[in-house]
Design a protein around this ligand. Structure first.
Ligand SMILES: [Zn+2]
Length: 382
C-alpha cells in the first residue's frame, strides 16, 4: 500500500517520510487511531516505504520487488501479530495460522475493524486475544537476521489484546531491541496498554476522518453512490469501518431487526401462538440466513449489556439503537449469559442440520422461560 492510496493526512505522511530520509527511524512506534481511522493503512504504507528500494520524497515506488511483496502482505520480513482465537490449545495460539484470512481481508479493505476480523476467522463467541506464545514466537523471529529487507518488521494490530505476560515480554524487547527491527503497534485504545510500553514507543496520533473524507474513502472501497456513502459516513460519524458495514448491511439489518423484535416480544409475553407463527416463517428461510439470524440475535443481545454498562454502541443502525434502548431494560448479567448460551447453541445446531422450525420454537420457549422467571423475581422484589 502506498501513501497515495490513503486520503488526506498529509502532515503525518510528511513526518513519517522525513524520519526515514533523515535516518531517524524509531525502532518502536505506536500508531493510535479510533476504529475506522487510517491508523492501520498508514502503518502499512510506512513499512512499505521503509523497505522500498526505489523510494522518492513522497512515496514508495510501488513497483520494486519489496513493494510488490509488501502490497500483497507476503514480504518475508513482514510479521503480523493479531488478536485471534480457535478451538485448539490456547498455549499454542498464533497469528500465523490466520494469515491467509488476514491478507484477504486487508487487500479488500485496509480499514478493517475487530468485529469484521472476528467474523472472518469465525470464532463465534470466543474472545480474540494475542497470546503469550504468539508474542514469544515473534520476539524469536525478530532476533533472526532479515531475509530481504534491511529491516525486520513486526506489526502488532490491537496490542491492547495482549495479556500481561506477553506484554511484559514485549516490553523487554522494546528495552533492548534487536538490531534493524521496526516494531509498529496499531492501537485503538492505548489506555489499555502498559504505561511502560507506551513510554518506550514513539506515538503517532491519527485523527478520525471528517464525514466528507470518510464518504470519499468508502465510495472508493464500496463503489456505492455518493448519496449512500454520505449518509453512511454521517451515521458512522466518519468511522470508515462502521460506515462500510452500514452500507453493506443496511437493508438486511432492517429485515432481521423486524423479525428479532417480533420474536423477543413473543418470548417476553410468552405468546406461544405467535412464537409458532414466527417459527414457521423462520423455517422457510435458507440455512445460511437462519445461521445469520442467530448470529444477529446474539449480536443484539450483546449490545444490551454494553448499553447497560453505559458504553457507547457503534455498529447498529438508528432503528436498532432505539429498540435496544428499550429492550436492554429486560437484561442483566445473569439472564444475558443464559440467553446468549441458548442462541449460541441454536446457531451451532442450525449449522449441523437441525430441523429449523422445531429448533426455533424450542429456543423461543427456553428464552420465554428466562423472561418469565425474571418477571416473577421482579414481582416478588417490588
Ligand atoms: Zn518500491
Amino acid at each position: 500500500m502506498q501513501f497515495s492510496a490513503i486520503l488526506g493526512h498529509d502532515a503525518i505522511k510528511k513526518r513519517l517520510i522525513k524520519s526515514v530520509t533523515e535516518q531517524r527511524t524509531a525502532h518502536a512506534q505506536l500508531f493510535f487511531g479510533a476504529e475506522g481511522s487510517a491508523a492501520l493503512p498508514l502503518a502499512i504504507a510506512y513499512m512499505q516505504y521503509v523497505s522500498c528500494v526505489d523510494k522518492n520524497e513522497n512515496d514508495s515506488c510501488g513497483k520494486c520487488a519489496s513493494c510488490t511483496k509488501m502490497q500483497k502482505f507476503i514480504h518475508p520480513d513482514l510479521h503480523f501479530s493479531l488478536p485471534v482465537n480457535w478451538e485448539g490449545p490456547t498455549d499454542k495460539l498464533n497469528t500465523k495460522s490466520f494469515l491467509p484470512q488476514w491478507r484477504q481481508l486487508l487487500s479488500q479493505n485496509p480499514y478493517v475493524g475487530l468485529d469484521e476480523w472476528v467474523e472472518k476467522i469465525d470464532i463465534g463467541n470466543k474472545q480474540p486475544f494475542i497470546s503469550n506464545y504468539e508474542v514469544h514466537e515473534q520476539i524469536v523471529s525478530l532476533n533472526v537476521t532479515s531475509y530481504e529487507s534491511e529491516y525486520k518488521f513486526l506489526l502488532m494490530w490491537l496490542p491492547e489484546y495482549m495479556r500481561t505476560e506477553g506484554a511484559n515480554s514485549l516490553l523487554k524487547t522494546l528495552e533492548e531491541p534487536p538490531d534493524k527491527t521496526l516494531i509498529i503497534l496499531v492501537s485503538q485504545d492505548y489506555d489499555r496498554i502498559l504505561k511502560t510500553i507506551l513510554s518506550r514507543t514513539q506515538l503517532i496520533k491519527i485523527p478520525p476522518y471528517s464525514i466528507d473524507e470518510a464518504s470519499q474513502v468508502i465510495h472508493l472501497i464500496t463503489q456505492q453512490s455518493k448519496e449512500k456513502c454520505d449518509l453512511a459516513a454521517g451515521v458512522a460519524e466518519g468511522n470508515i469501518t462502521q460506515a462500510k458495514w452500514l452500507l453493506e448491511n443496511g437493508e438486511e439489518a432492517e429485515l432481521q431487526l423486524n423479525l428479532f423484535k417480533e420474536w423477543m416480544r413473543a418470548c417476553y409475553s410468552y405468546n406461544i401462538v405467535e412464537q409458532a407463527r414466527i417459527s414457521e416463517n423462520f423455517a422457510k428461510q435458507m440455512r445460511e440466513w437462519q445461521k445469520g439470524f442467530f448470529a444477529y440475535a446474539l449480536y443484539m443481545v450483546r449490545q444490551t449489556i454494553l448499553l447497560n454498562h453505559a458504553a457507547t454502541i457503534n455498529r447498529v443502525t438508528d432503528s436498532e439503537k432505539s429498540f435496544l434502548e428499550k429492550f436492554s431494560k429486560f437484561f442483566n448479567p445473569g439472564n444475558y449469559a443464559t440467553i446468549s448460551g441458548f442462541l449460541n447453541d441454536a446457531s451451532h445446531h442450525v449449522a449441523r442440520n437441525a430441523y429449523g422450525k422445531l429448533l426455533f420454537f424450542d429456543t423461543s420457549l427456553l428464552i420465554s422461560e428466562v423472561f418469565r422467571k425474571e418477571r416473577e423475581r421482579a414481582t416478588i422484589t417490588s
